[in-house]
Design a protein around this ligand. Structure first.
Ligand SMILES: Nc1nc2c(ncn2[C@@H]2O[C@H](COP(=O)(O)OP(=O)(O)OP(=O)(O)O)[C@@H](O)[C@H]2O)c(=O)[nH]1
Ligand SMILES: C=C(OP(=O)(O)O)C(=O)O
Length: 213
């Protein structure tokens, strides 16, 4: 069954605060924003390359970031005023359901730079027609939430979202899929994703533009 994915993305200079200073000198805000954008680009590129993924809609309030992911082939939904992650996801869900009320809608985090299309495809296959989620490698956060066909996504991202998605009735996916579970919030997460194999854009930022400190 085809899946329409919503990818929420804060303006790169504002997002991923726990990674601030990991690149360049501590005051290199441009390095930080470039890294956050590269994480999202690699995530979006992998999602677009995944069999069974029909649409990838990026929701953001940052026009420059949206222009970059449009080049990759993503659709865009501009966020007028920041209303939070779950509100951004619900806006994306309304957009895709207007075209196909029976769609399977998914929320995919924008910080999965090691994501492999085969692992994302395996996750959607395991979900089948059930509302389901993939917890992050720590077991506390959520990297992917899928709706049942035509049913509400009901996103509950935030602290301990894996617990909240399970309590709300979503099925916890059991597949290993390490690249799908490797979201990057901290320098340790970035090291972990490097071991799995980063996508080309994040690799380039680390290698050329802003060397690791
Ligand atoms: N469009 C949109 N995306 C959001 C919003 N809040 C968070 N996100 C995105 O949701 C995803 C998960 O959020 P977090 O992992 O907490 O990322 P973050 O807020 O950038 O990170 P920290 O500053 O370290 O907490 C990231 O891809 C964010 O860019 C929001 O208000 N709007
Ligand atoms: C908001 C979330 O992301 P993170 O844990 O990466 O901050 C979440 O997992 O629900």
């Amino acid at each position: 069954m085809a899946v329409d994915l919503i990818v929420p993305m804060k303006p790169p200079h504002a997002g991923k605060s726990r990674l601030r200073g990991v690149l360049g000198a501590p005051d290199r805000a441009d390095c930080h924003a470039a890294l956050v954008l590269a994480l999202a680009e690699d995530t979006v590129a992998a999602a677009l390359a995944t069999p069974g993924v029909r649409r990838v809609v990026v929701v953001s309030g940052d026009p420059a970031a949206l222009a970059v992911v449009r080049e990759l082939g993503a659709e865009l939904l501009a966020e007028d005023a920041p209303a939070g992650l779950n509100a951004a996801l619900r806006a994306g869900e309304r957009l895709v359901r207007a075209d196909d009320p029976d769609a399977v809608v998914g929320a995919l985090q924008a910080d999965l730079p090691a994501l492999r299309p085969a692992e994302l495809a395996a996750a959607t296959a395991e979900a089948g027609r059930r509302r389901a989620f993939a917890a992050d490698r720590h077991g506390t956060g959520t990297t992917l939430l899928l709706s049942a066909p035509g049913e509400p996504l009901d996103p509950r991202f935030g602290p301990d979202s894996a617990r909240d998605h399970a309590r709300s009735g979503a099925v916890a996916l059991g597949l290993t899929a390490p690249s799908l579970r490797a979201d990057v919030d901290t320098p340790a997460d970035l090291d972990h994703a490097r071991l799995l194999g980063l996508g080309p854009r994040t690799t380039a930022i680390l290698a050329t533009t802003c060397a690791l400190r």
